[in-house]
Write a protein that binds this ligand. Structure first.
Ligand code: GDG
Length: 732
């Protein structure tokens, strides 16, 4: 395959951890799924992994060059985090603010400016480390919640990067997310990426609605239209290294482990669960459900052992210490309540185990009981299914784990419903073999197809596709040589015409349409242009004639109003471009009134030949729903009338179909042979003008989105800069 630019993976932790004992540095490789998934790209790209090596900088200051050199052999680059940031950035904002909040535990979340500043600093340190490495044309894939500000920092410092971001934890509902005082910065940070990936469609939905509610950026087809870029959000449910888990079960090492465990549990059935110690994992509720199961179904007492593997984590944090204490007590209590000579209901392991033991546990578990209260994905559920090569196992899975979205053949439970989980345990233990095999093999097929390699590849392909899409959206910027050519052509032309849309083109948008009156600067630019004899200016707007005349009465400009209904030449009166009737209004108005009453903040604007429903100031979610309903209602009503329903920028306009800006400017162009034509507009109503122009004309889309215009400018400000240049040309 063709060699591309560099691929840089960035995650908080490097896949290699550095430690130092008695002055001696050692390196420990973690064999995570992510590393496997990405390994397949190493050949195609010149790749590097950037992250923290897991030890505070102060502890390895003298050895840092050596550490760097060693890690380089594995294509890893360490980010030096000082102890203060390890505390306040990693253990602080990441684990005490984002982690609880994003897992719907707002009461556990600490909101502190000091921690937030450390989070910013941590992200900046990553950005600095990357600035030394990255060059235009490179691809960066940033992982997880520790680095949500990094996409923007990189976007601002290095041009022409492809930036992907993947969130491994849930993205919460906007109602939860907005509790974070720094929500705007976090969203802006993420929107520095080109592609933002999540495990499930729910998380994508929550992200998009947060972006819309908090920053006001709209989206369609998971594409966010921010000020001047398109950002894609999408679903990539992370897979596992399926082949390795499947193969492990057959190895001698794992077989020996299986035998060892079997000797301990005897004939009893085995339920397993594997989690990091965390309040999101639902450990206490799970134990209570197991207790209820033993209460309700006494015949199972003595015949089932629950192997509860809990991996120590975040030791020293208050909530975790408390959870550990409660867990110890609960296990002790339940075991005390039921144990007999020769049978202990819960076999509790508080430690991490080697990979071979983990595989043996998966293989031996008749049931895997995985019931987190929230979990981004949960790979353990997938690993268990992959390890069930004999098909003899049942997965009981909590509905709030991301994995539940893909693993419909599991017994899906509500993790807090103790009775429901107790019954699910019974159902699992008593499930006929054929049913077990069917369910497991259906899940295995999917896991095999969409494994971690495919997941990573899918993400990377989507990132490339997004970059191509952006190029399409962007059009060609009117700058540099093109701009110089425009000015030159203008200067040498004898009959020039400039068709200028008003809102969003000559001025930015305001809350209320009447507030957007022309400012002094704009009037001056237009006035200077009108002094050039060879130039005609035509303002082409959707607004009503009265407002436009009021605003431009001091200038020698021509005006086309209401999208082409009315025309007023300099010093002339208003005249209709084509004859129209407007009786239809009486039928449409009551519907608009109904929707205005039902949608706070919306209002109706009445023009002579059209009615407009404005919803810019409404709650965006409600407005989206209502505007769709309104369109449906109108489309049914107008089926037999000569009118159309058109959607503009936060407006729905109903008007005669024979009117459009394109027809109006054709009418104007028929009067003379122009040798310079210039049209600027920002929305779909202006596309009608772009469409009717000859190829050589200058058509310019202001802002962002697919357009028929030849060129693009980012804002009314940029258009004014060009108009000023044209206005300063001497002579004709
Ligand atoms: C984040 C999200 C999301 C566990 N104990 C031992 C051990 N493990 C391995 C498992 C599994 C991994 O750790 C844990 O999987 P999770 O899915 O919980 O992943 P995390 O990285 O903790 O969390 C989570 C995930 O990212 C991926 O996007 O699914 O929702 O929170 O692979 O096998 N491995 C060994 N010994 C253990 O004792 N060797």
């Amino acid at each position: 395959m063709e060699k591309k630019g560099k691929l840089i993976i960035v995650s908080n932790r490097l896949p290699i951890s550095v430690s130092k004992k008695a002055g001696k540095i050692s390196f420990q490789r973690s064999i995570g799924g992510l590393a496997t998934g990405l390994a397949s790209f190493y050949k195609e790209y010149d790749s590097l992994w950037v992250g923290w090596p897991g030890i505070a900088y102060e502890k390895i200051r003298e050895d840092f060059q050596q550490v760097k050199k060693e890690l380089k052999k594995d294509k890893c680059v360490p980010v030096a985090l000082p102890q203060s940031l390890v505390e306040q950035f990693y253990h602080g904002f990441c684990n005490k603010t984002i982690w609880p909040l994003f897992h719907y535990f707002p009461n556990y979340a600490v909101f502190s400016d000091t921690l937030w500043n450390a989070y910013k600093k941590g992200n900046e340190l990553f950005a600095e480390a990357l600035e030394d490495i990255l060059r235009p044309g490179d691809t960066v894939w940033i992982h997880d919640f520790h680095l949500m500000l990094l996409p923007r920092l990189l976007r601002e410092s290095i041009e022409d990067l492809s930036i992907g971001f993947f969130l491994h934890i849930p993205f919460p509902s906007s109602e939860i997310f907005r509790l974070m005082p720094w929500r705007d910065e976090v969203l802006e940070g993420l929107l520095g990426a080109d592609l933002v990936g999540f495990h499930t469609a729910d998380y994508v939905g929550h992200f998009l609605s947060s972006v819309r509610r908090i920053l006001g950026y709209e989206n369609s087809f998971n594409q966010i239209l921010a000020e001047n870029r398109m950002i894609q959000a999408d679903v990539f449910p992370m897979g596992i290294d399926y082949k390795t888990f499947k193969a492990a079960v057959g190895t001698d090492e794992v077989k020996a482990e299986i035998e060892r465990i079997k000797r301990r549990v005897g004939d009893s059935k085995v339920i397993i669960s594997v989690d990091r110690l965390d309040y999101t994992k639902g450990l206490l509720h799970r134990l209570e459900a197991f207790e209820r199961f033993l209460d309700r179904y006494p015949k199972w007492r003595g015949k089932v052992t629950f192997i509860l593997l809990v991996v120590p984590s975040r030791v020293g944090v208050e909530q975790y210490a408390k959870l550990k204490k409660n867990l110890d007590e609960m296990v002790g209590r339940i075991n005390g309540k039921y144990d007999t000579i020769g049978w202990i209901p819960i076999w509790y392991l508080y430690r991490s185990v080697p990979q071979s033991v983990l595989s043996a546990l998966y293989a031996i578990g008749d049931v895997a009981l995985i019931t987190p209260i929230r979990d981004g994905m949960n790979l353990v559920a997938k690993e268990y299914v992959a390890s069930k090569i004999d098909g003899n196992g049942v997965l009981v899975l909590g509905e709030l784990a991301g994995a539940a979205r893909e693993m419909g053949e599991a017994i899906i439970v509500s993790p807090l419903d103790r009775s429901g989980v107790a019954d699910a345990i019974k159902q699992a233990l008593e499930m006929p073999s054929e049913e077990k095999a069917l369910r497991i093999s259906a899940m295995q097929k999917r896991l095999e197809r969409y494994d971690v390699v495919r997941w990573a590849r899918d993400f990377m392909e989507r990132l490339t596709h997004t970059k191509e899409k952006q190029a399409m959206f962007m059009g060609k910027k009117l700058a540099g040589r093109d701009e110089a050519a425009l000015v030159k052509t203008y200067a040498s032309a004898h009959n020039r015409v400039l068709f200028l849309d008003y809102d969003g083109t000559l001025v930015g948008f305001r809350d209320k349409p009447e507030k957007a009156m022309p400012d002094k600067e704009l009037l001056e630019i237009l006035e200077r242009l009108t002094r050039q004899k060879a130039t005609e200016i035509v303002i082409v707007s959707g607004r009503d004639p009265y407002t436009l005349q009021n605003w431009f009465s001091s200038l020698k400009v021509n005006i086309i109003a209401e999208h082409g209904v009315w025309l007023k030449e300099i010093d002339g009166d208003w005249e209709m471009i084509e004859l129209l009737d407007s009786e239809w209004k009486e039928k449409v108005r009551p519907i608009l009134e109904l929707y205005t009453d039902r949608t706070p903040g919306s209002f109706i604007e009445e023009k002579e030949f059209s009615l407009v429903w404005h919803y810019r100031r409404c709650d965006p979610i409600l407005a989206t729903v209502r505007s769709r309903e309104l369109k449906d209602a109108l489309l049914q009503l107008i089926a037999n009338l000569e009118i159309g329903v058109l959607e503009g920028n936060k407006v729905i306009e109903i008007k005669n179909t024979s009117i459009n800006k394109g027809r109006a400017i054709l009418h104007w162009l028929a009067r003379k042979d122009y040798d310079f034509m210039f049209v600027a507009g920002d929305d779909w109503t202006d596309e009608d003008m772009f469409e009717v122009l000859p190829d050589w004309a200058y058509s310019i889309k202001i802002g962002f989105g697919i357009s028929k215009a030849r060129y693009r400018l980012d804002s009314p400000f940029e258009l004014r800069q060009i108009l000023m240049k044209l206005a300063s040309i001497k002579g004709k």
